[in-house]
Design a protein around this ligand. Sequence first.
Ligand code: GDP
Length: 298
Amino acid sequence: PAAEPPQRGLLGRLLDRVAPPSAPRRVLDDEMLEQLEELLIASDMGVDTALRVTANLAEGRMGRKLSVPEIKSLLAAEIARVMEPVATPLPIFPKKPQVVLVVGVNGSGKTTTIGKLASQFRAAGKSVVIAAGDTFRAAAVEQLKVWGERAGVPVMAADQGTDPASLAFEAHKRAEAEGADLLMIDTAGRLQNRADLMEELAKIVRVLRKRDESAPHNTLLVLDATTGQNALEQVKVFRQVADVTGLVMTKLDGTARGGVLVALADKFGLPIHAIGVGEQIDDLQPFDPEEFAAALTG
Ligand code: GDP
């Protein structure tokens, strides 16, 4: 694997500031719990989730003397416990083509993620067709074509301003005719006009269902993990405009503030199918709760 393991040690670094690894054991009391809560909130976990995680950590342990490494590993275990239920790969259906609709705000990493996923499917021996459904942004279409070439996957595009729903319809026809295993459809990420976006996505879904009643089989919401608490707001909004079935979290490399993943898992329970850890085609990994929790607290 070309990708470096994600580095997400913000929480760990904050912990070190409060209690360096060389610090003596500390008694787990209300004051320490409050400090831990503050740290978790500062790492983008949000208040509710931070309180739940610390409460779970405290249960049956109040008054115990703990070393800093012990605190970290308890915290990591609690975080992993929240994350485990959502760590599921993209479900594969026995449907040809399986239709994967990809939604998210512009800049979140939709195009990149589609390219990376297409490449992974290809490597797994599956045939893929991509539809460049953001027909308004010429640059987005061009970018998607570049990714299609890299992944060795055809990209269907249409003239600028073409109805994305008719492109989706044509792409489905083609994918079916070619016996493709998957059809991945990019969509516009303009949240400025929510009603328009809602109508556009609803129409794509309506039209797809004319060809296959069970489509789309997955609606992936791509979220930029560096946007912190904004990611929570984006989930709320996109769940109003689309039937989101799972998440891909991007930009978990570098200085990402991974705590928001814990809040997302705690609040929405949506599966996290994969994480983006770089800009290259191989920089998409399955979500591993334990590795994530260890990196976050490490
Ligand atoms: P879109 O507008 O949602 O289609 O977003 P793009 O796929 O064009 O991505 C926006 C920017 O984020 C590009 O510069 C990508 O290279 C970058 N990007 C996407 N995913 C990742 C990731 O996992 N890590 C990093 N570091 N950058 C990413």
